[in-house]
Structures are given as C-alpha cells and as structure tokens.
Design a protein. Structure first.
Length: 542
C-alpha cells in the first residue's frame, strides 16, 4: 500500500530468528497472514491451536556458505522506489541496494552516506554536499548529477511522505561532478533528516527506465533475482566502497500464509521471519516463541493505529459525533485482544510513537476524549445520531486492519451507536479511498508508520486520503519544522498534538513498537535507519 497514505499490512513488526543459529541481523517490518476471529459480548476472541514451539537446528549448509533465508508475507509487485512504497518493497531495497545521501544515527545526528561530508550555512539555508568517490553496482561512477536526479525524483514524485522534506527547498543543483548545493527558502529540520530517509535515497539517472525491474544502487548488496510471488535473492555488491558484508547470499521467500511461515521457522526451513502480523501475535506467547527466542521492542519500526472520520461527509464533519464516538474507544482492550507482547504496544490518545517527545500513555489527563462509553452514548444521542447508521469501511483481506475493525465496531455497537459495516478488499479500498476523490468512507481504522507531519495541509482541496486539513495544525507543524532549538520544536509539536485531539478527525488508539524475536546468540542487530529497512550487512553467522 502506498505509504504517502499508509503502509498497509505493516501494523506491527515481530522478528523471529532461528534460535539454533548465531545470526546477526538488523531491521524488519510487518505484512499479513490469516486470522480466526469472533465477536462475543462485544469482545474479540482469537482462537488458535496451542502447541509447543522449539527452535530447529538451522541448515548447516546455509551457515557454512554464509547464506540466509527469511520469510516475507507480501510480494512487492514493483521495485520502483519512487512511485511505490509498499512495506514489501521498502523492507529490502533501502540500505541494501540503495544508500541515502546521509546516514541518520540513533542519537539524532547524521553521519556520511553517499555524501562523505557537507557544510551548512550559518543561516541554515544553504547545504553543500561533497559526494563520495564511489560506484554504482553497474560500475558507473556516482556523480552530482545522479544525486540531483535522485532528489528531484523524490521531490516531484507521488509519495507524500517522500516529497514532504523538500517543502522548503528552492533549488537543487550540481556545482561540479562531486558537489551538490541545495538552497532552502526557510530553515527546515525535516529537510536534513529526510536526506537520511527515503527522500534521500540515491540512484543513477541512467536507470530510470529499468528501475521498476532492475534496481541499481551503491549499497552493499545487489538484487540478483526477483521472481514475483516467489522470492528475491541478494548477493554482495562487488563495487561497494565499504566493508564487504558477511552474508554471501540472502533469499527472501514470499510466504503469504503466516502460519506456514511460523511452521517453517520452527522446522529450520527458514532462518528468520521479520514480518509477523497481529493475527499471529497470540501464538508467540501461547506456543512458546517468546521463550525460545529473544524479544526486543523498538519504536523505530512502529506504527500508529487510529480511527479516522471523513471531513467531507455528514455527520462525520460534526464534531459532536466525532467526540462522542471517540469516547467509546476502549484502547486497552485492543492489546488484550491481540495478545500483544509486554512493552510492545501502548494505548495513547496522541499521534506519536514512543520515541517522540510528545508521546503519552492514555490517561484522563492526556486524552481530550478519555474512555467513557456512557458519556459518549449520551453525547451521540443528544446530537441526534444514535439511530443513524454510520458508514464504517473496513478491509476483508488484511488481518492487520480487519481484526481491529472487528473490535472497534463491537465497541461502538455495545456503547449504543448504530453501525453499517462496508467490508471491502484492499484493491477496492485503494481505489475508493486511498486514490478515490472524493473518498468514499465515513469512519474507518488505519495503521500507519508515517510521521505526524503527514497531516500538514495548506490547501483543503489537496488534503491527503484521510481528508483531514487543519490550518491551525499545519501552522504549528510549519513552525516546528523551522524551530531553532529542540525545546522549541518539542513545545510546538505538543501543541500540534493537542490540536489533532481537539479536532478528532484522526483519533489515535495505539502506539505500536516494532518487535524483534531472534536467537540469544544473534549479533549485530540494529534498528531501522532508512524508514523500515532490514539491512543485511549488519548480519553474520558466528
């Protein structure tokens, strides 16, 4: 699913790595699997068989050959990183095939990437990047023209979260073959951070025609083979400027059945499973995966789960209706229903993951609409809409979103709302909501890794797929982007978060951290640096 909107099927990442192997690993993400769910007395019950998990001995031949096989639940469909941002795509290509202009570090600073160094003018309006003397995997030198091409492609591309960091950019030019100068209209914190994210991924200008099938980059790996709906195979890039990676071959097997992927992991047929969806969470604890593997939580791979209301349709554009329904949401019940691992998911009323300064766990003091179903029912009745069927659009083929929709609808109905469910496929959802104008929904539920800034909107006619456009919120986000200090930035973001709660077109439910399960002897794990990528060069068999 397009991430300028939302990364569908990517709600929560669980990483499983075979315990018998001393494998080093990096990042991961989520996809889809199968689910058996039932609504009983307004509560969601997940039924699954309970067996005893045991980590199988990994293939000695793979270990001896420094090869790795892992499972993915989604096929990328296309390899075009400019026009598509499916989780199944951005998991594997960034950081492996592609490098970014700079490297975002865990402490908030930046290190070299394709740019070996850079200077920033005193007024923070001119950035000069010095390009490393390196080659793309096809042997061609990386030039300033390639960098200009790459950045302008993202700047003018269709993915909102990719072109967002260029909002204040006035020009991108090549001063010479190894120097790129970027000028800004106003100072922008998001611009420089974006140069270490997907917005700053570098590719050769000459590869535009073949990018969707044969991606070329300067990263540590090359995509050797892609067989749609079967596998992707990566091998080391012989022209890579840095330290050669330990793994000599990495195969990503497309396994659309999550239960089959778990069974393959337990049997030793695969070495890791980086994309376990919420419909499989309960199995992790009940079948002992959390005992056979080490559990790690990290917000860099997380997503926000939230309810959204269509601002262009009645009665959803009525604030009384939105606030009434928001009070009917029992956030803690979602974690119980999912069987969420401890520390992996926090109920919250604000839009921000655990690593943001404005994050706050749900409480009476942090929520504009704290859980109070009786009050919500009274407010909906007073507004005159208790008996009005409310259009709730949900997905039929993405458990990551159909499962929470089941629970939320049950909560609304139990509290006294009248819901008319419209369950549709992902293809239809993409056509009528993500890409449709006007968007055809009243209420829905989403899971999204995109930053808070995705809701910035200066022109309502150009609002995102979610339809939310607030002049007040956008003004605060713009001020925050130009803040001269972190303290000023944090203060402005907290104010923006309060506006989002007050407007209640976007109603957060959970902040879900990424979760990693891997063998205790695993070495080299690092959180994602470029969006949600899993960097193979951090992995090795000991």
């Amino acid at each position: 699913m397009p991430a300028n909107f939302l990364l569908i099927g990517n709600s929560f990442s669980v990483y499983l790595v075979q315990k018998g192997k001393n494998l080093s690993h990096k990042n991961f993400r989520v996809s889809r699997g199968s689910v058996v769910a039932a609504i009983a007395a307004g509560s969601l019950l997940i039924a699954s068989a309970v067996t005893t998990a045991s980590a199988a001995t990994p293939s000695s031949s793979r270990k001896a050959a420094d090869k790795l096989v892992l499972a993915a639940l989604q096929d990328p469909g296309t390899l075009d990183i400019v026009k598509q941002n499916q989780t199944a795509l951005v998991l594997w290509l960034p950081g492996n095939v592609y490098e970014s202009l700079v490297t975002n570090l865990p402490d908030g600073t930046a290190g070299p990437g394709v740019a070996k160094s850079w200077t920033i003018s005193k007024d923070q309006l001119t950035y000069t990047f010095n390009i490393r003397d390196e080659k793309f995997s096809n042997g061609a030198a990386v030039t300033a023209d390639d960098v200009v091409y790459s950045l302008t492609s993202m700047q003018n591309g269709p993915i909102g979260s990719y072109h967002g960091p260029f909002t204040q950019v006035s020009s991108i030019t090549a001063k010479d073959s190894k120097t790129v100068v970027i000028k800004l209209k106003k100072s922008s914190r998001s611009f420089f951070h974006g140069m270490g994210e997907m917005s700053g991924v570098i590719q050769p200008k000459a590869s535009e025609a073949t990018r969707a099938t044969k991606p070329i980059g300067s990263g540590p790996y090359v995509l050797k083979e892609y067989v749609p709906n079967d596998h992707l195979t990566f091998i080391p890039n012989a022209t890579y400027w840095g330290t050669a990676p330990s793994l000599k071959e990495v195969t990503v097997k497309i396994m659309t059945d999550g239960n089959a992927a778990l069974a393959a992991l337990k049997a030793g047929e695969i070495d890791s499973f980086p994309v376990i969806t919420i419909d499989l969470w309960e199995r992790i604890g009940k079948q002992g995966f959390d005992k056979d593997f080490t559990l790690q939580n990290y917000p860099q791979g997380g997503e926000m789960l939230y309810t959204l209301f269509n601002s262009n349709q009645a009665p959803y554009n009525n604030p009384k209706v939105r606030h009434a329904l928001a009070k009917m949401i029992d956030r803690k019940a979602f974690n119980v229903a999912y069987g969420a691992p401890v520390g992996s998911s926090d109920p919250t009323c604000g839009y921000g993951l655990q690593n943001t300064s404005w994050f706050a766990v749900e409480s009476g003091s942090t929520c504009f609409d704290a859980y109070d179903p009786a009050r919500g029912a009274a407010e909906l009745k007073a507004a005159g809409f208790a008996k009005t069927p409310l259009d709730y659009v949900s997905l039929t083929d993405v458990p990551d979103l159909s499962l929470p929709a089941d629970l939320q609808i049950a909560q609304f109905v139990k509290a006294g709302a009248t819901i008319k469910r419209n369950a549709i496929s992902l293809a239809e959802y993409s056509k009528t909501i993500f890409g449709g104008r006007p968007q055809q929904f009243g209420v829905s539920i989403m899971s999204d890794p995109a930053l808070f800034t995705q809701f910035s909107c200066t022109d309502k006619s150009k609002a995102g797929w979610h339809t939310y456009c607030s002049k007040e919120l956008t003004g605060l986000l713009i001020q925050a982007d130009g803040a001269k200090s972190k303290a000023a930035f944090d203060d402005l973001m907290k104010k923006a978060a309060a506006v989002l709660q007050k407007d209640a077109y976007i109603v957060p439910i959970l902040a879900k951290a990424g979760v990693g399960l891997w063998q205790p002897a695993l070495k080299g794990w690092k959180a994602p640096r470029i969006f949600v990528e899993q960097n193979f060069s951090d992995l090795s068999w000991a």
